[in-house]
Design a protein around this ligand. Structure first.
Ligand SMILES: Cc1cc2nc3c(=O)[nH]c(=O)nc-3n(C[C@H](O)[C@H](O)[C@H](O)COP(=O)(O)OP(=O)(O)OC[C@H]3O[C@@H](n4cnc5c(N)ncnc54)[C@H](O)[C@@H]3O)c2cc1C
Length: 317
């Protein structure tokens, strides 16, 4: 593993590794917050067959496996990630229309799907325009926005493991607030969306409206991973969101190293370009402690972790 800034050259892994596996590939550029170190091994499968072969090889070699989508809700460890990190490409990132249905690869990006659906006059996935992640990340995280629900438009989900690929009914995926029951080594390869036929102009107008709402509510053009903490269910929060609690606890603009909570939306971390994942974690701990002290509410992270990213409050448990 290489620490931040000293990643190797991404040279071929060699040995018995499938073609395309590279060593020491820097991951920060595959995340929206742009922090973290390198993957020990990295591959970009472009078909389900290639992906299953990689998963089988990793299983034989007893390697850890991680998947990175758009890295839009992900913190990568500064010291890097051992094992194999996968990023889906090619046909696994495609969008295929079929009447009111869209078949999308696990690596297809939600804003592109929303835009394509609008062009085709298909409604139901408009909320995806505001979520800068992939289908796979959205399924794992049960991503939602503006009342739109992934589960309402998903017809089936194809998942790959070392045993091969298989289709699952969305009802089997245990969707709950920002989580699913997908096993950690399972990779979403493709999904089917069933949408409603509508007027393209009307769907496009909804997208424009959602983009404008987003621009007003959230900072744009910053290096961030979106919501840091989940909105708490604790009655002591009195219905306030994580962002409102952080704001009321004086966290907007609070900084550790190159990371700060955005003054516009305190649940968003903003990397000024020099932040490390350690800075982000220290900032999260500070914000969480302030909210706990002021309101007696323990915030839980929404952001996912790849590699050994340790949250100080979890270590004390
Ligand atoms: C500006 C901004 C706004 C955001 N707004 C919203 C919002 O409104 N609503 C919302 O829900 N989220 C929002 N997010 C968070 C984020 O976009 C979503 O959580 C998104 O679903 C993550 O997808 P991703 O592809 O980026 O996943 P990543 O961040 O790359 O990964 C997240 C998790 O998904 C797993 N994963 C990724 N791909 C796959 C796959 N193919 N198969 C299995 N597991 C996979 C990863 O291993 C990881 O555990 C926002 C983020 C940003 C930066």
């Amino acid at each position: 593993m290489s620490p931040l800034g000293t990643a190797g050259d991404g040279s071929p892994a060699g040995g018995d590794a499938p073609a395309g596996v590279r060593r020491e590939v820097a991951l920060a550029r595959f995340t929206t917050v742009r922090t973290g170190g390198a993957a020990e091994l990295f591959a970009r499968p472009s078909s389900a067959e290639e992906l299953v072969a990689l998963l089988r090889w990793a299983e034989r070699r007893q390697l850890g496996v991680g998947v990175i989508g758009s890295g839009s809700n992900l913190l990568v460890a500064d010291e890097g990630v051992t094992g194999l990190v996968l990023k889906l490409g090619g046909a696994l990132a495609g969008i295929e229309p079929d009447g009111p249905r869209l078949r999308c690869g696990g690596g297809a990006r939600l804003p592109q799907i929303a835009a394509r659906a609008a062009q085709l006059g298909l409604s139901g996935i408009e909320f995806g325009v505001s979520i800068p992640g992939t289908v796979g990340g959205a399924v794992r995280m049960n991503a939602n926005a503006y009342g739109g629900e992934l589960a309402k438009v998903l017809e089936w989900v194809e998942v790959a493991t070392a045993a091969g690929t298989g289709r699952r009914d969305p009802a089997q995926l245990g969707f709950a607030y920002r989580r699913s029951s997908l096993e950690s080594r399972a990779v979403v390869t493709r999904v089917g969306f069933l949408l409603r036929i509508d007027e393209p102009e009307r769907v496009k107008a909804t997208l424009a409206d959602l983009r404008a709402q987003r621009k007003q509510a959230q900072p744009s053009g910053i290096r961030t991973f979106g919501s840091t903490f989940k909105n708490p269910e604790n009655p002591r929060a009195e219905g306030r969101s994580a962002g409102q609690l952080l704001d009321a606890a004086g966290c907007g603009g609070l900084r550790v190293g190159g990371a700060r909570f955005s003054p516009k939306h305190a649940n968003f971390v903003d990397n000024d370009g020099t932040a490390t994942t350690a800075d982000v974690v220290a900032l999260m701990a500070l914000g969480r402690a302030r909210v706990a002290e002021r309101f007696g509410v323990a915030l839980e992270p929404e952001v996912q972790r790849l590699g050994p990213v340790r949250l100080p409050w979890e270590q004390r448990c």
